[in-house]
Design a protein around this ligand. Structure first.
Ligand code: ZN
Length: 142
């Protein structure tokens, strides 16, 4: 018979989480300081103090990025050593583009719409290899 058991799915804490938290603290501090200086500028009609708010906001953003990067560096070092680490390693976002499956070119033009299996599909022609390309089904929601 099966039974419930505890399984580690991720870790929290560690110096990497504290470093990242410190960066978040500086970011929040910069936002609060910027809001304060905007308030002072509007209430006292001294608009030159807005530059102080911009300066403190940019300092908070810079420290947040730096400390987040340091925390990510610590996580990657721990992962390389096989040690558990708190939080998640930052991964870049994938950028996609539509390309011809035959030659990989992104140089194609739309020709006409055709019905395939009762679904209208946009049709394209590759300008590099002259292949006919079937686009995704184009559904209309009326
Ligand atoms: Zn092609």
């Amino acid at each position: 018979m099966a039974h419930l058991q505890k399984k580690i799915i991720s870790y929290t804490g560690g110096i990497e989480s504290r470093v990242e938290g410190l960066g978040t603290f500086f970011l929040v501090l910069g936002i609060i300081a910027a809001a304060f200086w905007v308030y002072v500028a509007i209430s006292a009609a001294r608009y030159e103090v807005i530059s102080l708010g911009i300066l403190q906001l940019s300092a908070g953003l810079t420290l947040w990025v730096l400390f987040t990067g340091i925390a990510d560096w610590i996580r990657q070092a721990k992962r390389l050593k096989g040690l558990p680490y708190g939080g998640q390693i930052l991964e870049p976002n994938a950028v996609t583009a539509q390309v011809c499956s035959e030659c990989g070119s992104s140089n194609f033009v739309q020709t006409k719409t055709e019905k395939i299996d009762n679904e209208p599909h946009k049709m394209y022609e590759c300008q590099n290899c002259k292949a006919r390309i079937v686009g995704e089904a184009h559904r209309r929601f009326l």
